[in-house]
Design a protein around this ligand. Structure first.
Ligand SMILES: NC(=O)c1ccc[n+]([C@@H]2O[C@H](COP(=O)([O-])OP(=O)(O)OC[C@H]3O[C@@H](n4cnc5c(N)ncnc54)[C@H](O)[C@@H]3O)[C@@H](O)[C@H]2O)c1
Ligand SMILES: O=P(O)(O)OC[C@H](O)CO
Length: 385
């Protein structure tokens, strides 16, 4: 309580932060609203001048957020330099597969202490890199000034100001806190952690499970099938992320389980919608043609399976999704029980008991926890306020 009061007092006495949001699609525009409603000075970069004009003149983004009134203080521009001038924090919200090609244009406008924040939930197809890794490769910014935001964040619900929480993660707790301070308002709360790998992979992997849920929904299966896929899906997500260095508790937090529930349950989810169309019998190409917004899961399936293979992680549900996308598995045959070629009954491996993880990943987690204790701290995973 005292903390909250101190925070509020600090907010009312500090001048507004200057913030740029790059990408005026549904999430970029919603996030710009979150930040503007948090008292920050926000400029939103839209590629199309007519969209920037609509946002400035009538405070609407009718293509992406129908019926939503945007804050009066929010400004938009189609000039990247103007959006980024003097920005302390730059939030990037464009499709993951387009990030790298935008970095050269962004780089010259970064200040020496600008924080760069990824709002994206995909991995790069060719390299399998997470978005924060692509940013680190392509921009002159140290790892400590890179953050990611991920959580159960369906844009339209938040644009309607429905209470929501999310996670800001950075290898620097100070950076995560600075971003979380900016990205908190009366309807949106940002928690922090330093598990960038877990937070980012949570957002990527839940998309793949949401495609699976959409597929079985489209076929007409009911709640048992979906609950089985969600539960087994969380095991796959945790096994994979831990094998790549994530803290297991992060996958049980907002950026893992939280986002998995939101995305699997909501018809607002584009990944879920894409899956439903596949389940109804549309081909992959038809689905891509019908989607007028970004469904990141479709591009992430192949690189995630490649990465899983490299570390010996089994991902039967994600593999079945890739087979449905390729047209080699009938949507009606997707099932959580197809986990092994072996007919022997398997022990149930849950996401929190560690038994399902390979010995190497359990060992890696233990070693990391031990190293943190030995080095006198650092922050473990889990969502912290
Ligand atoms: N919409 C959500 O609810 C939501 C929530 C959390 C995270 N995300 C993530 O945010 C990211 C953006 O998603 P979105 O929902 O805003 O997508 P969107 O399809 O609504 O908007 C994408 C935006 O990127 C722009 N864009 C497209 N190609 C581009 C290019 N080559 N260069 C620059 N800009 C380009 C488009 O003009 C548009 O403004 C995705 O990674 C998504 O997973 C979305
Ligand atoms: O619409 P989706 O499927 O991209 O999901 C949006 C958000 O990631 C939900 O947290």
């Amino acid at each position: 309580m005292a903390d909250r009061k101190a925070q509020a007092a600090r907010r009312s006495t500090t001048p507004p932060r200057r913030i740029a949001v790059l990408g005026a699609g549904s999430w970029g525009t919603t996030f710009a609203k979150i930040l503007a409603d948090g008292g920050n000075g926000v400029v939103l970069w839209a590629r199309r001048p007519e969209l920037a004009r609509e946002i400035n003149e009538v405070k609407r983004n009718s293509d992406y957020l129908e019926g939503i009134n945007l804050p009066r203080e929010l400004r938009a521009t189609s000039h990247l330099a103007e959006a980024m001038r003097g920005a302390e924090q730059v939030f990037v919200s464009i499709p993951s597969q387009t990030l790298r090609s935008n970095l050269d244009a962004i780089a010259p406008h970064l200040g020496p202490s600008t924080i760069v924040v990824s709002l994206m939930k995909g991995v790069e197809k060719g390299t399998g890199l997470r978005m924060s890794e692509v940013i680190a490769q392509g921009l002159p910014v140290e790892e400590e000034r890179i953050a990611v935001v991920s959580g159960p964040n369906l844009a339209l619900e938040i644009a309607r100001e429905q209470p929501t929480a999310s996670v800001v993660s950075s290898s620097s707790l100070e950076t995560a806190q600075a971003v979380a301070m900016a990205a908190t308002n009366r309807y949106f709360r940002s928690f922090v952690n330093t598990d960038v790998i877990g937070t980012e992979f949570g957002g990527v992997l839940k998309n793949l499970i949401a495609v699976a849920i959409g597929i079985v929904d489209g076929v007409g299966y009911g709640e048992n099938t979906k609950a089985s896929i969600i539960t087994r899906g969380l095991v796959e997500m945790t096994d994979f992320a831990v094998a790549y260095g994530a803290e297991a508790p992060t996958l049980s937090g907002l950026a893992g389980l939280g986002d998995l529930i939101a995305t699997c349950e909501s018809p607002l989810s584009r990944n879920n919608t894409a899956g439903r169309l596949l389940g109804q019998g549309y081909s992959f190409n038809d689905v891509v043609k019908q989607m007028n917004q970004t469904a990141e899961g479709l591009a992430s399936v192949a690189p995630i399976l490649r990465l899983a293979e490299e570390r010996g992680v089994e991902m039967p549900i994600v593999r079945q999704v890739s087979q449905v996308l390729a047209g080699t598995l009938e949507p009606k045959d997707i099932a959580p029980h197809l986990t092994t070629d072996d007919d022997e009954p398997q022990g149930e491996r849950t996401s929190d008991d560690g038994q399902g993880r390979s010995r190497t990943s359990v060992w890696r987690s233990l070693k990391r926890a031990f190293d943190q204790l030995r080095d006198g701290g650092g922050s473990a995973g889990g969502d912290r306020s």
